[in-house]
Write a protein that binds this ligand. Structure first.
Ligand code: SF4
Length: 351
């Protein structure tokens, strides 16, 4: 067991990728990068991380940032509650810990948005506390190492794997945690080309010796996503486009969106809806279908672009450039703008 940890750390020291947040692993940097990396691809995070740090280089600046600006910085990363929790936690750190991240696992766990994994990562990497950081990568690697064929999404299996990791956790827990995650991200990947030939701990791996690497880890099928059909309108008054703020609770809370309603079947009912919004329609054209997959649901959207002769007060009317610079528009809606560009309807005068 001890040998596994030693080999992993040595391999990590020689092979770790150069990532922006590894240049200077302060608690703030590790915290922000770990939160960004949850549910988001590493390539997308790299770009956002640099901009985020330029704009909000300290916990103090994060605590003071205006929410609109914060959401704008988070645009494209999804799961926006993560950004809101960052700000809440930064305020708490300012008030309770004089602006310095608390240094123990148990204190970190008390901060909004910080769960067992993130607390473990910060405490072990930045404060050398001997605690594990169990994410999906670690679950997969350990399940394969031990040829564990139980469902790794079950809480009791996660607990079992956490205990196994605790048993082999060396003093250099931070490095070990990073090493095992790195192995899961680069070599012991979920499916496809698992690169066992390059694996530094292959000789200890039961899934490898039993030729079970493609069958482990086991994940029972997830619940089917709910599909929602919608009609979305890009409404233009001269060179301004209509947006509105979403509700305070629920999916994409308080983000901006283009006016939309449950799917309307006919053009006449869409025209009627535009009138119900208090607008006088000049012309309208379909720009096609756009789909977006969230964690628990799928939106299939029929999208339209319409020119109107008047504005209403229900919507916010902004120029597209201003929209891109100032307002946090979730990916689901920026996809529709992209579709508009693809259909060559960028020039609103032409519709
Ligand atoms: S030998 Fe293969 S399956 Fe086993 S830990 Fe290494 S990469 Fe993963």
């Amino acid at each position: 067991m001890k040998e596994i940890a030693e080999k992993l750390i040595k391999w990590y020291e020689e092979n770790q990728r150069q990532l922006p947040w590894r240049k200077e692993p302060t608690p703030y940097h590790v915290w922000i990068s770990e939160i960004m990396l949850q549910q988001t691809r590493i390539e997308a995070v790299k770009k956002h991380y640099e901009t985020f740090m330029k704009e909000l280089p300290t916990i103090e600046s994060l605590a003071k940032v205006d929410e609109e600006k914060l959401l704008k910085l988070w645009e494209g990363l999804g799961y926006y509650s993560r950004a809101r929790n960052l700000k809440k936690a930064a305020i708490l750190v300012q008030e309770k810990y004089e602006g310095k991240m608390p240094s123990s696992y148990s204190e970190l766990l008390q901060l909004p948005g910080i769960g067992e994994y993130t607390a473990g990562a910060i405490a072990s990497i930045c404060f050398q506390e001997q605690v594990p950081a169990i994410d999906g990568n670690v679950l997969r690697v350990v399940a394969r190492l031990t040829a564990n064929s139980q469902d790794i999404l079950l809480p009791q299996v996660k607990k079992q794997i956490t205990n196994q990791v605790k048993q082999i956790l060396p003093k250099q827990a931070g490095k070990f945690n990073q090493a095992i995650m790195e192995l899961g991200e680069t070599i012991c990947i979920p499916k496809g080309n698992i690169n066992c030939n390059e694996c530094p701990i292959r000789e200890y791996c039961k899934a490898y010796s039993k030729q079970l690497t493609s069958q482990i880890p086991v994940r029972n099928p997830k619940v089917k996503k709910k599909t929602e059909e919608k009609t979305v309108c890009l409404l233009y008054y001269q060179n301004q486009i209509a947006i509105r703020k979403r509700k305070e609770k629920g999916l994409l809370q308080q983000m901006y969106e283009f006016p939309n309603i449950p799917k309307l079947e006919s053009m006449s009912s869409i025209e009627e809806q535009i009138q119900n919004w208090g607008l006088q329609l000049q012309s309208i054209q379909e720009i096609g279908k756009v789909s977006h997959i969230f964690t628990h649901r799928i939106w299939n959207m029929d999208c339209y672009i319409a020119k109107v002769k008047s504005k209403n007060t229900e919507f916010i009317w902004v120029e597209e450039q201003e929209l891109m610079q100032k307002y946090a528009l979730p990916t689901v809606f920026s996809k529709i703008l992209q579709r508009k560009e693809e259909t060559k309807l960028c020039d609103i005068q032409k519709i």
